[in-house]
Design a protein around this ligand. Structure first.
Ligand code: GUN
Ligand code: ZN
Length: 428
């Protein structure tokens, strides 16, 4: 038994649905008890010390013990091309992304990038990622192997493309199906790893490939499916050209068996009313990627009205279209985008999105993203005074959310004091 001491915040309700005063419990001197990789209990430190006198105690002082961050949409193969200058989506893919992704058939390259990717994200307090790999099965093996070595709960899959990409990055409907199926059987449910069926997006798949992957999903309904939708206007017009019979972008996926409750739809900025209603009806998840949407010039996600409509929404870096590995920076960008839309997000809503909200979008809120008893002990310990600039602002805070907000807006990996995964200290 381990007992970690620090400040704790627990969500008792969804802060987008319940009033903020009813949705969180703050312990200024709190504790998290861990046993067998799981959270046994979180509560006041005095109480838990008395209850578990034999526990090994790690005292983090005033630092905040949070669930590790859950990054619901990333491209780990884009690690080394993050922050590439000056292009919009389609040019950015052709100029930077595809040349780099072409290198992942080499297992040594894939292993090197996967290792440095997980070192970077865990240094930023992220304990779960959902990644697009490349078309190469080697890239999926490298991703899951690196995560497994670190004891992380991660999700990911082979990115399938059979048109509108360089020859070296194309598979076929059949090989996409066969490779994805073999990888799913190899990795899904191993330790804490989950396979995700991954057609990149409508423009890079033929109808036959989308249908083949829709068939694989129908055969494996318990796995998630991820893709991109309605990120930029040029992309949406291209989809309309490529699929003239489809009602809209969402319908391209639906008519090929690629829409259901386990769908993770990245970006979803320029949805029509019909698409919004239909996504809500099937209860698929939308994944908000705010640094990416600003960096590539895509647009402003409509968080307020989508939440009011009852959508299931996760938060993500979208590394390397996104310009950061850090979910702190991503929360800051979500705040800024919401400000531009005229609806500032409360720090509690931002923190929820980066932890339990993303877990909920992945349908894993019973396992990760929370300090609830029986969930997995993946934790980030956050220093709320990690730089002089943050410390002097936090010193004026009148409540815990005012103390946290400067770290959301100005924090980086220096704020991450320790990371625990599966009940083991991964970094300190
Ligand atoms: N749409 C299709 N592929 C990608 C990608 O790699 N990044 C982003 N941001 N959008 C995409
Ligand atoms: Zn993406």
């Amino acid at each position: 038994m381990q007992l970690l001491l620090g400040q704790t915040i627990r969500f008792t309700a969804d802060p987008f649905k319940a009033p903020l005063t009813d949705s969180t419990t703050h312990e200024p001197r709190g504790a998290v008890a861990i046993e067998g990789g799981m959270i046994k209990e979180a509560g006041p430190a005095d109480e838990l010390r008395q209850k578990y006198p034999q526990a090994k105690v790690t005292d983090y002082g005033d630092a905040l013990i949070s669930p590790g961050f859950v990054d619901a949409h990333v491209h780990y193969p884009q690690t080394a091309i993050i922050a590439s200058w000056g292009k919009r989506l389609i040019d950015w893919l052709n100029s930077y992304t595809f040349p780099e992704e072409s290198r992942f058939g080499d297992p040594a390259h894939a292993a090197e990038i996967a290792g440095s990717y997980f070192d970077l994200v865990t240094a930023s307090g992220t304990t779960t990622t959902v990644s697009y790999c490349t078309i190469h099965p080697e890239s999926v093996d490298a991703y899951f192997t690196a995560a497994q070595k670190r004891g992380l709960r991660v999700l990911g899959g082979k990115t399938c493309m059979d048109r509108n990409a360089p020859e070296t990055l194309q598979d076929t409907p059949q090989s996409a199906y066969d490779d994805s199926k073999a990888l799913l059987n190899r990795w899904h449910g191993q330790d804490r790893l989950s396979y995700v069926i991954t057609p990149r997006f409508a423009p890079t798949s033929t109808p036959d490939q989308l249908a083949a992957l829709g068939g694989l999903w129908a055969e494996n309904p318990d796995v998630l499916m991820q893709t991109h939708i309605s990120e930029q206007h040029e992309e949406i017009a291209w989809v309309a050209d490529l699929f003239p019979d489809a009602t809209d972008y969402l319908d391209v996926y639906e008519r090929h068996g690629l829409l259901g409750p386990g769908a993770l739809l990245g970006h979803a900025i320029h949805l029509t009313d019909r698409e919004r209603d239909r996504i809500r009806e099937v209860d698929a998840s939308l994944i908000h990627c705010p640094t990416s949407n600003m960096f590539i010039g895509s647009g402003l996600f409509d968080m307020n009205s989508l939440m009011e409509q009852g959508h299931r929404i996760g938060l993500a870096t979208d590394t390397g279209g996104g310009s950061s590995f850090s979910m702190l920076r991503t929360m800051a960008a979500a705040y800024e985008v919401a400000q531009l839309r005229g609806h500032p997000l409360h720090p509690a809503q931002l923190w929820w999105l980066a932890t339990e909200g993303s877990a909920h979008a992945l349908r894993m809120a019973d396992k990760i993203g929370t300090l609830a008893p029986g969930s997995e002990a993946d934790l980030a310990v956050i220093d709320l005074a990690s730089t002089p600039a943050i410390a002097q602002r936090a010193a004026r805070a009148e409540d815990i959310w005012q103390a946290i907000f400067p770290t959301i807006m100005m924090g980086d990996d220096r704020a991450i004091k320790a990371v625990w995964a599966n009940g083991t200290c991964l970094r300190s």
